[in-house]
Design a protein around this ligand. Structure first.
Ligand SMILES: *Cc1c(COP(=O)(O)O)cnc(C)c1O
Length: 409
């Protein structure tokens, strides 16, 4: 999280070349026309890089956003989507077919888990394993395994998979390694360094950061050899193999499924990303101070925060991310007081969502993990009294004072 990064972030997108406006313009056109029809034909045949034909497949505004994300992830290309879930579902629906096998961490975002049930209904076999241990991933592999999927810091448990060990395993077996980088963002983690072939970011969260726009992105890091992937359609097995995966996701996922990010939304994400490094630095430092304070509080049973020495993957957070991020969860000693304590808090908003400028708090079991039921929660390691906290930009001392008054009997 150096200042150099902030420097890059405020200049990364460039501006409006035509009039000198300092922001990327919001391109509202759906159609793109050409003086000569030969040029239109070239666009359709993929021979005119950086040109547009129909906004469902992208606009100059979404392309500007995609270029910034590609640069931050150290990748070779990015596709933006209307939400993070649109990005994930397009990726998996495009690259998997009935009979294939997916290995995923058992600790994933609730809606991702729900989507995986849909994939199972379509005939994709799924193994859910404890990905903090790469040996468990290895044990789950089958000849039909196509993809291994993890989140950098699991929401809301804050557990960290063996990103490095799984990366080495995927390289050894020639498997596509997909990492959801939403919580860490490319500022804290470039999954490419662990060998991830595709990286997904929910733009809604850390990247945009103000809780007023939805978006998602898939970035190809260039680490995966697509010529070895069996599910690429013949139409996309042409030219440089490095482009095959994203080309298929753009055509089959974005174009055909149609969950396109609007130019207006892309513009908002770009504005939010200008302050990404500053926000992350502030909210992560505040989260650590609050985590330490809560961990020492007699009313608190347990705090889950990666940089606490009690966290099982503390060393991974320190060595790989140099941060614990803005997300934590905790359990009260007296779970009966859960609702009362949350209601007494004045600063945190009682709301779902993550990485807003405002601190957000939510009891997990009766809300975001309610639909799956008690047994599935237990299997995912979600305690019934778990509370998730997304730390915003308030001052640490104000949040600490607020928790002290709310926790006081
Ligand atoms: C929120 C979230 C998503 C989905 O992103 P949306 O933009 O809300 O669709 C996916 N993965 C993780 C880890 C998330 O926190």
């Amino acid at each position: 999280m150096s200042d150099a990064l902030s420097t890059r972030l405020v200049h990364a997108a460039g501006g409006d070349r035509q009039f000198g406006g300092v922001h990327v313009p919001i391109h509202a056109s759906v159609q793109y026309s050409y003086e000569n029809v030969d040029d239109l034909i070239a666009v359709f045949q993929g021979k005119a890089k950086g040109s547009f034909n129909y906004a469902r497949q992208g606009t100059p505004t979404t392309a500007a956003l995609e270029a910034v994300i590609t640069e931050l992830e150290g990748g070779v290309g990015t596709i933006s989507f209307s939400t993070g879930m649109a990005a994930l579902s397009a990726l998996f629906l495009t690259l998997l077919k009935a009979g294939d096998h997916l290995v995923t961490s058992s600790r994933v975002f609730g809606n991702t888990n729900s989507f995986f049930q849909t994939l199972e209904g379509l005939g994709v076999a799924i193994s859910r394993v404890d990905a903090s241990d790469a040996a468990q991933v290895r044990a789950a592999l089958r000849p039909e395994t196509r993809i291994v999927f993890v989140e950098t810091i699991a929401n809301p448990s804050t557990r960290i998979p063996d990103l490095e060990g799984i990366g080495a395993l995927c390289r050894e077996r020639g498997l596509l390694y997909v990492v959801d980088n939403t919580v860490t963002s490319p500022v804290l983690c470039q999954p490419k360094r662990f060998g991830a072939g595709l990286v997904m970011n929910s733009l809604t969260k850390t990247l945009a950061g103000h809780g007023e726009v939805l978006g998602g992105a898939v970035t190809d890091t260039g680490a995966f050899d697509w010529s070895t992937y069996p599910n690429i359609f013949p139409a996309y097995r042409q030219g440089d193999a490095r482009g095959w995966g994203l080309q298929q996701i753009r055509k089959k996922g974005l174009r055909d499924m149609g969950a396109t990010l609007s130019s207006e939304a892309a513009h908002r994400v770009l504005i939010g990303m200008e302050t990404l490094a500053l926000r992350l630095r502030h909210s992560s430092a505040t989260a650590l101070a609050l985590a330490r304070h809560l961990a020492a509080h007699p009313a608190v049973e347990r705090v889950h925060y990666p940089l606490l020495e009690t966290h099982p993957e503390h060393a991974r957070a320190r060595d790989w991310f140099g941060s614990g991020s803005w997300m934590m969860s905790f359990e009260l000693r007296d779970t009966e007081r859960l609702v009362e304590v949350i209601n007494r808090l004045r600063l945190p908003l009682k709301a779902t969502g993550l990485a807003d400028t405002r601190t957000l708090i939510i009891p997990v079991a009766p809300t975001i993990f309610w639909e799956m039921g008690r047994d599935a929660r237990a299997a995912m390691g979600i305690a019934e009294g778990l509370v998730r906290l997304s730390v915003g930009l308030e001052a640490a001392e104000d949040l600490i004072a607020d928790f002290d008054q709310a926790l006081a009997a």
